[in-house]
Write a protein that binds this ligand. Structure first.
Ligand SMILES: CC(C)(COP(=O)(O)OP(=O)(O)OC[C@H]1O[C@@H](n2cnc3c(N)ncnc32)[C@H](O)[C@@H]1OP(=O)(O)O)[C@@H](O)C(=O)NCCC(=O)NCCS
Length: 329
């Protein structure tokens, strides 16, 4: 008899059992599909006024065989939540995934959330169990993304030729680790506010957010407190405005993998190869700071032709297809 229970992320033994299930359920994926224990142990219990989380465990006697995760933003998109179900590979097809998905819906609805979103990871271009499961749970595909990975050797082989071709005339590139210089903060916030309307979201029902200096500073401090380094490059236009931003994130617990966070160039400044210039800056930065770095991951909508072209030029290769899923309750 399997029971579905809420897990307190501050109960470290229970959190570890939950983490183990997710780790086992995602082990079929390439790359680094699941956070290291040290990262989850710190990040999941941490207070975060930006997002609420609920963890569910599917418990059979004394063993956890399934894990559920519901995350919801608390500042905007109050209608939406993200739901994930993981079942230990030796215990699938017993109805546990369905029970987790149902319970996640109950929790989401209880919090007034009416749009559920999720993610299914598949071999490039392929189909698979996560998609079959999602469709059986009533989710539709809202957007298709590719998960890409860059081997640092591939980057180094291309870097000099690319740098020689990039002339961001009239712009200055400013870099920082996590904490934005005060003089750029307002303009940086204005650009961040554009993100949700400028990134291709397909059918995903999400709205924009407002990034005040206070909100940015609080987010930076949460990153610092959890040992996350957001290595950021800003393109500064002649009039001082932040025209573009890109970042690469590295955790203190893992100097071998990095992830691209956000990249956006203000529509008024596009077509000048600022996207490429910013990515070169951030990748150079992390390679210099972490000599052990092996890989950088990113993901983009398949329809995002410009970003995909930049990433391919840098040497990124597609390793998975990501389906962004959505269900309206
Ligand atoms: C996807 C996953 C959660 C399914 O867990 P599960 O406990 O096996 O799911 P259930 O037994 O409740 O199956 C529910 C329905 O999903 C579909 N489904 C599940 N596995 C399937 C498979 N191997 N082939 C085809 N359909 C499948 C079926 O419609 C099934 O209903 P049915 O058994 O009545 O036919 C599990 O395989 C897993 O953890 N995968 C890795 C993580 C992941 O991709 N999670 C989903 C995205 S968040």
């Amino acid at each position: 008899m399997v029971d579905i229970e809420q897990i307190n992320p501050r109960n470290e033994a229970a959190l570890r059992a939950w983490w183990e299930v997710g780790h086992a359920a995602t082990a079929y994926r390439p790359g680094k599909p699941w956070p290291l224990w040290e990262q989850s142990r710190v990040a999941l219990p941490a207070d975060n006024p930006e997002r609420g989380i609920t963890l569910l465990g599917a418990i059979d006697g004394r063993e956890m065989v399934g894990a559920g995760l519901l995350t919801r933003t608390l500042r905007e998109n109050l209608h939406a939540a993200m739901a994930f179900a993981f079942v230990r590979p030796d215990r699938t097809r017993e109805g546990t995934g369905r029970r987790l998905a149902d319970e996640l819906e109950v929790v989401a609805a209880g919090d007034g959330r009416t749009t559920l979103q999720s993610e299914a990871y598949l071999p490039p271009g392929g189909a698979g169990v996560p998609e079959a499961f999602a469709r059986a749970m009533g989710y539709d595909v809202a957007s298709r993304e590719s998960i890409k990975e860059l081997a640092t050797g591939d980057y180094l082989a291309r870097r000099d030729a690319l740098a020689a071709a990039v002339r961001a005339d009239g712009y200055r590139v400013v870099t920082f680790d996590t904490v934005c210089p005060e003089e750029h903060l307002d303009s940086f916030g204005r650009l961040l506010g554009m993100l949700m309307s400028e990134v291709p979201l397909g059918e995903l029902d999400l709205t924009t957010s407002e990034w005040t200096p206070e909100r940015i500073r609080a987010a930076e401090q949460r990153q610092v407190a959890t040992g996350r380094h957001v290595h950021t490059a800003l393109a500064i236009a002649a009039d001082g405005a932040v025209a573009g931003v890109s970042d690469v994130r590295v955790d203190d617990t893992d100097h071998e993998h990095a992830q691209v966070g956000i990249t956006i160039v203000d529509p008024a400044h596009r077509g000048r190869r600022l996207g490429l210039a910013l990515k070169l800056a951030t990748h150079d930065l992390v390679l210099a700071a972490y000599p052990t770095l092996e890989r950088v991951d990113t993901s983009n909508a398949e329809v995002n032709t410009h970003m995909n072209a930049v990433n391919e030029a840098l040497g990124y290769r597609t390793i998975e297809t990501l389906l962004e899923l959505q269900k309206k309750l």
